[in-house]
Design a protein around this ligand. Sequence first.
Ligand code: PLP
Length: 223
Amino acid sequence: MSELSDRVERVVSGISEAARSADRDPSELTLIAVTKFHPASLVRELQALGLRDFGENRHQEAREKAVELADLDLRWHFVGQLQSKKARQAREYASVVHSVDRPELVDRLASPGHPLDVFLQVNLTDDPARGGVRPEELLALAEHTAGAEGLNLLGVMAVAPLDEEPRAAFARLKAASDEVRTVVPAATSISAGMSHDYREAIAEGATHLRIGTAITGNRPPRD
Ligand SMILES: *Cc1c(COP(=O)(O)O)cnc(C)c1O
């Protein structure tokens, strides 16, 4: 437990420092612990250390953990590629879906009743196989999402490309965010920053940080 709490503390203070040097208030940042591949027991330990927001990237695994940990008051963030046919099921446990990247998925997630918070994932690479909408299709997707029932558009999300300086990539995401805000003014959030680049993301306006290994340690191999 103490190694784990050391890592959490290090990340929390790293975030505060990065926020201060960017002249931002750390309280406007949400730390999401990405617990993919790790057992529910680790999520329980992290909850005991004060974390409440958890990220997963596979539907099956996310659902199992959400069921197992239903006694805790957790917020589940779905951050992986989501098949349209799994959208309805993901809605049952997810508080936030970060990876909305196509109109079909918007339509499958749309539903009357309790609104679901969503981010539009932007593909910052030239590789169409990567998740995310192409930047030139982002505005149309934002308008489509704003018009969908039961969806609350929080903002944009991205993963920095491996072959680019992260700060430059996050600056492009910030520009994409500004563009979305011209059509959906309330979509002010930016989901960006992982274990190795959250400082750069904070410098470029990130509000939701998705941090895995810096908190959990190395991921066990997939089963
Ligand atoms: C795994 C994952 C993260 C966390 O990555 P780390 O490098 O372990 O911090 C963040 N975002 C997404 C979309 C992920 O799949």
